[in-house]
Design a protein around this ligand. Structure first.
Ligand code: SAM
Length: 232
C-alpha cells in the first residue's frame, strides 16, 4: 500500500516515513521496523519512540489501580526497546516482551542487562500458539497504529486470545494525529471495540472502559486507552 510522504510532525519522523513508504510500496507491511532499528543501531536513523520513560498513559493507569504484578504474568506486544516491559517488571510481573524486529530485541536486551524480562522475537500476525490464554496482563501500546489497513484486523484479532481467564488487556493507541499521512495511522472507535471481540468463534472480552484522551502526547492529537477483561 503506497503512502504519501509529507514533512514529519517531528524532526525524527522522516526516517520512519521513508522506510515505511519503501516497505509498503513492496507490499511488506512490517519489514520497515527491522530496517529502522538496524539503521538506528548503525547511527543513520532515529527511532521516534525511543524514549527512556514508560508510556505515561500506562504509568497513570497502573498507578490509579495500585497495580501489583507479583505472581502474575504480563505480555508486552511490540515491545520495541523495552521501556514498558521494564516498567511492568518493576511492578513485579513476570514479563515476556516480543517484537518482530530482531535488532529491537537484541538492543532491548543490551540496554537492560540483568533484566528479568524475557525478550523474544515473534510476530503478532502469527503469535506462538503456546501463548494463547497465557497472560494476566497483555499490553498493546502503539503497535497496531503503525500497521497498514490490510493487516490491522488480523493483528487486532490476535491480541485478545493471549489474555488468561480473568486477565486484563490494555490498549493504548492513536485516536488522531497531526498529519494526514502516517505512520502512525489512528485507530477508529470500531477498531478499538474489535480488540474485545477476540478471534471468530473465540471468547469475547468484556469492555471495562474506553477513554478518548485529548492530550495524546508530543505527536498525537488524541489517544485511546481501552481496558478489556477476559471471562474466568
Ligand atoms: C511504534 S513502535 C512502538 C514500540 C513500543 N510499543 C513503544 O510504545 O515504545 C511499534 C513496534 O511494534 C513492532 N511491531 C510491528 N509489527 C509487529 C508485529 N507484527 N509483531 C510484533 N511486533 C511488531 C515494531 O517493530 C515496533 O517496535
Amino acid at each position: 500500500m503506497p503512502i504519501k510522504l509529507s514533512p514529519g510532525v517531528s524532526e525524527r519522523e522522516p526516517d520512519t516515513r521513508r522506510l515505511a513508504a519503501e516497505s509498503l510500496a513492496e507490499g511488506d507491511a512490517t519489514g520497515w521496523f527491522e530496517k529502522l532499528y538496524a539503521e538506528a543501531a548503525a547511527g543513520t536513523a532515529e527511532v521516534p519512540w525511543d524514549v527512556p520513560a514508560p508510556s505515561r498513559h500506562l504509568a497513570a493507569w497502573a498507578q490509579h489501580r495500585d497495580l501489583d504484578g507479583h505472581g502474575r504474568r504480563a505480555l508486552v506486544v511490540g515491545c520495541g526497546l523495552g521501556r514498558d516491559a521494564e516498567f511492568l517488571a518493576g511492578l513485579g510481573f513476570a514479563v515476556t516482551a516480543f517484537d518482530i524486529s530482531a535488532t529491537a530485541v537484541r538492543t532491548a536486551r543490551q540496554r537492560h542487562p540483568g533484566s528479568a524480562v524475557s525478550y523474544v522475537v515473534a510476530d503478532l500476525l502469527d503469535p506462538p500458539a503456546a501463548w494463547r490464554g497465557g497472560y494476566d496482563l497483555v499490553l498493546e501500546s502503539n503497535n497496531v497504529q503503525a500497521l497498514p489497513a490490510d493487516v490491522r484486523a488480523r493483528a487486532i484479532a490476535n491480541v485478545g486470545p493471549l489474555v488468561a481467564p480473568g486477565g486484563t488487556l490494555l490498549v493504548l493507541a492513536a485516536a488522531a494525529t497531526g498529519s494526514p499521512d502516517g505512520p502512525p495511522w489512528p485507530l477508529s472507535r470500531a477498531e478499538i471495540d474489535a480488540f474485545g471481540r477476540g478471534t471468530p468463534g473465540g471468547a469475547a472480552l468484556q469492555t471495562v472502559s474506553v477513554e478518548h484522551i485529548a492530550d495524546g502526547g508530543e505527536t498525537l492529537v488524541a489517544r485511546w486507552r481501552a481496558e478489556f477483561r477476559a471471562a474466568g
